[in-house]
Write a protein that binds this ligand. Structure first.
Ligand SMILES: Nc1ncnc2c1ncn2[C@@H]1O[C@H](COP(=O)(O)OP(=O)(O)OP(=O)(O)O)[C@@H](O)[C@H]1O
Ligand code: SF4
Ligand SMILES: [Mg+2]
Length: 317
């Protein structure tokens, strides 16, 4: 059991092809199972539209699943009420991609970082300033910015303020949805170091979503690869990068920049991504898979164990 356990999770969104057409379902997340181990980093990777952010919103209880369960320390989060829900809201925090959009432009740094302390009554008034300064220092910011506003900072500094705010409630899990991708490349490493420091020193667990496979390789303990709403491979990070089993993972890794000098970019598999509203039959990767063979366009491969790892592909039967 992990600190977060996700079991057979599904999220379908209703849609219509035309105004009076019948309602259909877009299968954004389609039967996903994984655990975030206590103190560990689980990375979710996959192309745009594969369902990563939808998983993040489900885990944060921002949206309700169509079916399946999300357990926080063994309890279904949909069943949480009152104090236990407040405890969950404190324990599981988010770091967004765009630090500007997630800060209120009319609130000073002090107001922003102290707000969760006030809401959750975590700090006496006379100790508030010291606590805010301590939080800012933990993300490498100094105390002389307390009365400044978001527009006075760079993107990297704003992301540090967002992280300090998330840390105010002493979370156990941080859900980080592309926390680096809006930042300059030169700043990304600094923010990544802060996150790594938090994970090591404060034993915070991460559900870490990123398009940048080099960052995932560096930071995560385990990787779950998503393709059109499904996990197609799950493995410890080093094993996944050394010997990817699933052809989709192979293609993702092959498209990622290898050299340190190469600019960071999104890993993209060749060929058109099928629309999640017109899912191909069988393995959803088959129209683009260089290794497809007879059963691939007819039967959906299940996620099965192979050498202590999990892979959903007919090549491994
Ligand atoms: N509220 C919604 N209503 C309808 N469809 C949605 C909604 N949210 C997401 N989707 C669809 O669900 C699918 C998965 O979206 P999601 O944002 O989870 O992908 P993602 O992996 O995070 O992509 P990206 O890497 O671009 O952020 C997409 O096809 C998206 O259009
Ligand atoms: S099941 Fe077939 S099409 Fe799908 S990834 Fe495996 S080999 Fe390719
Ligand atoms: Mg997303």
């Amino acid at each position: 059991m992990g600190i977060i356990d996700v079991i057979s999770l599904r999220k379908f969104f209703p849609f219509r092809r035309r105004v009076f057409a019948k309602q259909e379902w877009l299968r954004a997340v389609d039967g996903v199972t994984f655990s975030v181990r206590d103190g560990a980093v689980l990375a979710l990777v996959g192309e745009s539209g594969s369902g990563k952010s939808t998983v993040a919103r489900l885990v944060l209880r921002l949206i309700r699943p169509t079916s399946g369960e999300i357990l926080f320390r063994g309890t279904n989060i949909q069943a949480l009420r009152g104090d236990s829900l407040r405890e969950f809201r404190k324990s599981v925090q988010i770091i967004f991609q765009d630090p500007f959009a997630s800060l209120n432009p009319r609130m000073t740094v002090f107001d922003t970082v102290s707000e969760p302390l006030k809401i959750h009554k975590l700090c006496r008034k006379e100790e508030m300033k010291d606590r805010v300064v301590q939080l800012l220092m933990s993300v490498g910011l100094s105390s002389d910015i307390l009365s400044h506003y978001p527009h006075q900072f760079s993107g990297g500094q704003r992301q540090r303020i967002c992280i300090a705010r998330s840390l105010a409630v002493s979370p156990r899990v941080l859900v980080a949805d592309e926390p680096l991708s809006a930042l300059d490349v030169s700043i990304q490493a600094q923010i990544l170091n802060i996150l790594q420091d938090l994970q090591r020193r404060s034993h915070i667990s991460f559900l870490f979503i990123s398009h940048d496979l080099r960052v995932v390789h560096y930071f995560s303990d385990e990787v779950a690869v998503m393709c059109l709403g499904k996990i197609v491979e799950r493995a410890p990070t080093n094993q996944l990068f050394e010997t990817p089993l699933h052809p989709y993972t192979e293609e993702l890794l092959a498209s990622a920049p290898k050299l340190k000098r190469e600019p960071r970019k999104r890993a993209i598999v060749k060929g058109d991504v099928p629309s999640p509203v017109d899912m191909p039959p069988g393995c959803s990767f088959h129209p683009r898979c260089p290794k497809r063979f007879d059963p691939c366009d007819r039967f959906v491969p299940e996620l099965k164990e192979r050498d202590g790892r999990l892979v959903a592909c007919h090549l491994y039967r």
